[in-house]
Ligand binder design. Structure first.
Ligand code: ADP
Ligand code: ADP
Length: 226
């Protein structure tokens, strides 16, 4: 488990106006923070900087006390779930789940244990030998989540993980993430533009606007503020 400390973080893309301006967020150990705000307000940029996938123009991000950009990508103790699943099409579900662990030279029996555990948690057991193209959207999204879970990271980052799903699947996956959150309790930063998702999942909400923090609070306080 870990804290995420985002300290006066800004991003200015080449030749552009600031996409993120002096954002401060301190995420407690085990806390689930949801980042909301209109399209283009900087949510994805901020998440990518936390993940170490985007250079930080100024400021610092620490995960478990370590500055993210000082740590090699493969050694970063975080896992990210994207909206487009990013599964390997030529690999089976089992291979997709195991891939990140194999890369990190996790012993084979340990990989098998973790894959089996994630498959049970996400009800993917019957699909382990299928390729992604033979899965529904919701099943693919569960595999994407499974790939993050098997890593047992200190922190999860979610970039609109449900936005490509239809309304019915979104509801069931929202419940799935909620259960996961209760069960695993991992420190999380979750980007969405869906108010219900934000209300359901967030311990605290951060509202971004024009790259700046506009509001921080518990979901009910933010959405029912006068
Ligand atoms: P950096 O300052 O991080 O090097 P760049 O300005 O060089 O970023 O752009 C990186 C990539 O993002 C380029 O491939 C560019 O085409 C793409 N890009 C540029 N503007 C936008 C935008 N408004 N939204 C999304 N992607 C963009
Ligand atoms: P959101 O995720 O809230 O929709 P983004 O972080 O994608 O917002 O974008 C924030 C701002 O930065 C926007 O004005 C967008 O056009 C710009 N932007 C995003 N990616 C790039 C890029 N690679 N290069 C240049 N500008 C970008």
């Amino acid at each position: 488990m870990a804290t995420i400390e985002i300290d006066k973080v800004s991003k200015i893309y080449h030749g552009g106006v600031p996409a993120v301006s002096e954002v401060d967020i301190a995420i407690d150990d085990g806390e689930f923070i949801v980042l909301v705000g209109p399209s283009g307000c900087g949510k994805s940029t901020l998440l990518r900087m936390v993940a170490g996938l985007e250079t930080i123009s100024s400021g610092t991000v620490r995960i478990g006390g370590r500055v993210v950009n000082d740590v090699e990508p493969a050694d970063r103790d975080i896992a990210m779930v994207f909206q487009n699943y990013a599964l390997y099409p030529h690999m089976t579900v089992r291979e997709n789940l195991a891939y990140g662990l194999k890369n990190r030279r996790t012993p084979k029996p340990e990989i098998e244990t973790r894959v089996a555990e994630a498959a049970r948690m996400l009800e993917l057991g019957p699909y382990l030998d299928r390729k992604p193209r033979a899965l529904s959207g919701g099943q693919r999204q569960r595999v994407a989540m499974g790939r993050a879970i098997v890593r047992q990271p200190s922190a999860f980052l979610f970039d609109e993980p449900l936005s490509n799903l239809d309304a019915k699947l979104r509801v069931s996956m929202r419940g799935e993430i909620k259960r996961l959150q209760r069960r695993v309790g991992t420190t999380s930063l979750y980007v969405t533009h869906d108010q219900l998702e934000a209300m359901t999942l967030a311990d605290r909400l951060v509202v971004l606007n024009g790259g700046r923090i506009e509001q921080v609070g518990r979901p009910l306080d933010v959405y029912h503020a006068p």
